[in-house]
Structure formats: C-alpha cells, structure tokens
Ligand binder design. Structure first.
Ligand code: NAD
Length: 507
C-alpha cells in the first residue's frame, strides 16, 4: 500500500546548523572525540531513510577511556565536592537551556527518532527540562538522620552519637533506549548528577543525536569536565563493556527485559548496584460505569501515542462486556482516523517506528495474531510495513484474542492493542495480572471503590485512574515483576545513586 512520505527539513536554524556539522563526536572529559577505532555509525531518519549524519561507533576501548575519565573526575571532588546549591544551579541552568532550545531539540528528536514533532515539543522535551528542575531541588535535600541507640556498653562517662550520611555511589553507567531518547536520558542524568555521581552515558544506537546535543547543553550549563561522558555505539559492544566494567559502580538501565537480564548478569562481576526500567504489557480496564467517551479516547491515546513505542503503552484492553462493542469500535474508529506521516508534518498523528527492523517485528506479531484467529478492527494489512523506508505500521486493534496468544503475552512495542471482553472487575483484574510484566495499568470507572480496589490489586508499579500516560518528574515510575527494579522520577530516584553510611561515635 503506497504511503507518500516526502523529506522535510527542520525549520530551526539551530537544528539545521547541528545537522550541517555532519559528524557528531562523543564526549570524553572536555573533548569531543571520534571513537578510538575511527569507525562511525549513521544516524538515519526512520520516516524516509535519509542519512542525518554520523556518530562514533565506539567499542570497549572507548568505554574504558570514558570510565577512567569519570573515575578521575569523581575522585577529584570537582562535582560531589561542590555545595548542593552549586550543583543545583547547574541542573537548574540545564533545565533553562533545554527550554531555550526546545524547538531545536524537538525537531532533532523527530528527525532522528521519527516521532511527531508535537510529541517532543509539548511532552517529552518539556519533561526532560522538568527532570533537571525537579532534581535541582532534590540535590539540596540529600539528608541523613541522627539515630537514637540502645547500646549500653560504651565507655563509662561517655555517650554514643550515631548518624547516617548519604554519599554518591560513584561512577554510573546510564544506558538508554530509543523510544523517547531525550527525556529518558534526563530521567537518569538529573538524579545521578543531583546525587554527585559522575556518569558515562550510552545512548541507543538508533537515536544518539539528541543525547550528544544535550551533552553540549550540560557543558554550557557549567558541568565540570569529566562529570558527564558520552560513548555512542552498539549495545552489545559499548553497553556490554560498561555493564561488565570493574570500575563502574552502578548501572542505570532502561530497555527490554531480555537485555536487562543480560546487563544484570554482566554487572555481577563487581556486584554493581543495578536499577532496571524494563518492558511492559500494560492493561487498560474499562468498567461500564466509566465516562465511556473519555475511556475510548484515553484507551486510544494509551496505545497510539508515540506509535505505541512507550514502555507503559496500554497494549491490553479489558472492557466490560456491556460496553465492549462501543469501546473497541470507538478505539478502532480513532485508529483509522490517525494520519500517518513525517513527524515534521503538523498533520501527522502517527510517525514511523524507529527502524525497519522494529516495524517488521511489529508486523510479524500482527500477522501471527491474525493467523491464530484474531480479527483486526483496524490495521492488520498483510503486505508489510508502509512508507519509503518500510517503517510505518497502521494503528491496529485486535479482537477475538486468547490469553495464550503471543500478541497478548509479549511486548510488541508498536501501535497494536489487543481487546478482550470481561464480565466483572474480578475477571478484569485476574486477566490484567496474568503477565510477567507489571509496569503500569489504568482503570476507567466512576465508582470510587472500584477505582481504589483496582489500584490496590493490580500488580503494577503505577496505576492511573481515569487517565493513562500521566508523567511528572515528581511521580515515581518503574516496574514490579519482570518490568524492572527500582524507580525513576520522584524523590526515590535520587536514592538510586546514593550509598547510606552509618557513623557511630563515642563522644
Ligand atoms: P534494548 O534493550 O534493545 O536496548 C536498550 C539499550 O541497551 C540500548 O542503548 C542498547 O544499545 C543497549 N544494549 C543492547 N544490548 C546490550 C547489552 N548486551 N549490554 C548492555 N547494553 C545493551 O531496548 P530498546 O529496543 O532500545 O528499547 C525498547 C525497550 O525499552 C522496550 O522493552 C521498552 O519497554 C523498554 N523501555 C522501558 C522503559 C521503562 O521505564 N521501564 C522506558 C522506555 C523503554
């Protein structure tokens, strides 16, 4: 099926100037350098296949160099030794610079990742700025406690004075996926830097450009040299080298559950601290007493936003039988009306998937589901991904699915929702909880008891009530079960990057 996608150029002079550089080296201390091997990778616009520029194809040597620079910077105290207020000022300035460059960053993100411009401009890039602003505040709230003890064998006439202090964990490797590159990077950098850590950042190989531009803005914000280093390259090379590196103290990983497991195994060598933000298969539960129009719109947005490439995408829809037909046909109607296009076209609602490989993967899931007996109320074309680069998938609504089908059990990471009727809240919760994942869920109802019972019983790191995809720097996000370990955003996130020390003194 033909889908006409013409190349569109960025309108922002700053975005044009960035792309005109062609080569985008990586950050080592205060130098922007090629890889040690001299190899480069191409940044490709997934909508059109056009090459946007090159970035270094780093390897283990580059990872070693970056870790050594980060270690030296950490040891120097140039960052952790600053006052909390001084660190906060840099983070706050970073937020301001992101906002000043918001149009440029949103255009670059669209070109590199494919997402509609408005997704970056009004959700993700402001979200990245808010991470730095929120954690600027947290940098000044890293506190220990004084501890009353019951020890009764201190020397005669003396007293015990015990307290805790929190100290930065050290050198952090931050590994980021491709679906929302800038905001997911900010969700790691802001708390790690607030804590006083030094970081080696490894962006995803499909989307490295905005991470490199963010690195420039952080340098401009006043981050001392070596506190942030960026090594671009392939996950199984640079990412694996960082995960196994004996001089990395902490891995903060966001990506698939399978790679998360490999990262965890590699981190065992020196028992690195590990946080994992992994995959999901998030349920959306709609009860008959809900505002059904709002639920239809919310369920559609939960799966089609960012072409379904969202870890918390509402990819399983459980709807009470009384309203099932109305809801699924409503979602399918929205799906059919969403305009596929180049992310820089203002009319575009659905951009491409990040790569032909990812689009083929999603296409295979849909075709397998249809072969297994599912019915497509929207999408499902058998001919393969659309567009000049083979990256567009029509928004797809599948019904007549069974709980054992791959499309119900596995994360597809594309604009595909599977819908199942249920007869009660209990049945909806049982099906929703029948998953190895547990990242997020939403329940749509006008009954308070139903809402809060569902919130308590859903096995999920986040539960939204009458909404989905509500993010804020203040709201912890992360998974239970195989969706991960730990939380990002919120006050808890900075703890990921701190060690607790107990001090007990005879005074
Ligand atoms: P991925 O796991 O393939 O890659 C993620 C990152 O890990 C990339 O930078 C990649 O280069 C790197 N990597 C790959 N192999 C590695 C290895 N052996 N060792 C170390 N690093 C390695 O994931 P993806 O396809 O880029 O992203 C999609 C996945 O990310 C989905 O599963 C999605 O649910 C998940 N995700 C989770 C969250 C969350 O907050 N829980 C947020 C966004 C995305």
């Amino acid at each position: 099926m033909p889908l006409d996608i013409s190349a569109l150029a960025p309108s922002q002079p700053a975005a044009q100037a960035f792309l005109a550089r062609g080569d985008h080296p990586m950050l080592l201390g205060d130098r922007w350098v090629p890889s040690a091997s001299g190899q480069w990778m191409q940044a490709v616009n997934p909508a059109t296949g056009e090459v946007l520029g090159r970035f270094p194809d780093g390897d283990a040597t580059d990872a070693d160099r970056a870790v050594a620079v980060a270690r030296a910077a950490f040891g120097s105290g140039a960052w952790a030794g600053l006052t909390p207020s001084a660190r906060a000022k840099v983070l706050w300035r970073a937020a301001e610079l992101i906002e000043q460059h918001i149009d440029e960053l949103a255009e670059l993100e669209t070109l590199d990742q494919g997402k509609p411009y408005w997704v970056g401009r009004y959700a993700e890039i402001p979200g990245a700025a808010e991470q730095f602003r929120f954690f600027a505040g947290q940098a000044q709230r890293i506190e220990g406690q004084t501890l009353p003890t019951s020890i009764n064998y201190q020397p005669a006439g003396k007293q015990l004075f015990a307290y805790t202090m929190k100290q930065p964990v050290g050198v952090v490797a931050a590994i980021v996926p491709w679906n929302s590159p800038l905001v997911l990077t900010a969700m790691k950098l802001a708390p790690a830097l607030a804590a006083g850590c030094c970081v080696v950042l490894k962006p995803a190989e499909d989307t490295s450009l905005t991470a490199l531009r963010l690195g420039e803005l952080l340098c401009e914000a006043g981050l001392p040299p070596g506190v942030l280093n960026i090594v671009t390259g392939r996950g199984d090379v640079v990412g694996a080298a960082l995960a196994a590196h004996p001089d990395v103290d902490k891995i903060s990983f966001t990506g698939s559950t399978a790679v998360g497991r490999a990262v965890l195994a590699a981190a065992g060598g020196n028992l690195k601290k590990v946080t994992l933000e992994l995959g999901g298969k998030s349920p959306v539960v709609v009860m008959p007493d809900a505002d059904i129009d709002a639920a239809i719109e919310g369920a559609a947005n939960a799966i089609f936003f960012n072409s379904g490439q969202v870890c918390v995408a509402g990819s399983r829809l459980y709807v009470h039988r009384e309203v099932f037909d109305r809801v699924v046909h409503g979602v399918a109607e929205i799906a059919r009306g969403l305009k596929l296009g180049h992310g820089l076209d203002p009319a575009t609602k659905i951009g491409p998937l990040v790569s032909p490989k990812q689009a083929q993967r999603v296409h295979r899931y849909v075709q397998q589901a249809l072969a297994d007996g599912a019915e497509a109320l929207a999408g499902g074309n058998p001919e393969g991904p659309l567009g000049p680069h083979g990256t567009f998938i029509e928004p797809t609504v599948l019904v007549q699915v069974r709980p054992d089908m791959a499309c119900v059990r596995e994360e597809i990471f594309g604009p595909v929702v599977v819908a199942t009727p249920v007869d009660s809240l209990e049945e909806a919760l049982a099906l929703a909880n029948d998953s190895i994942y547990g990242l997020a869920a939403s329940v749509w109802t006008s009954d308070l008891s139903t809402a809060h019972r569902a919130a308590a019983l859903l096995k999920s790191g986040t539960v939204w009530i009458n909404c989905h995809l509500m993010f804020d720097a203040s709201l912890p996000i992360g998974g239970v079960q195989q969706s991960g370990w730990g939380r990002e955003s919120g006050q808890a996130a900075v703890e990921n990057f701190l060690e607790l020390k107990t001090v007990c003194a005879v005074v």
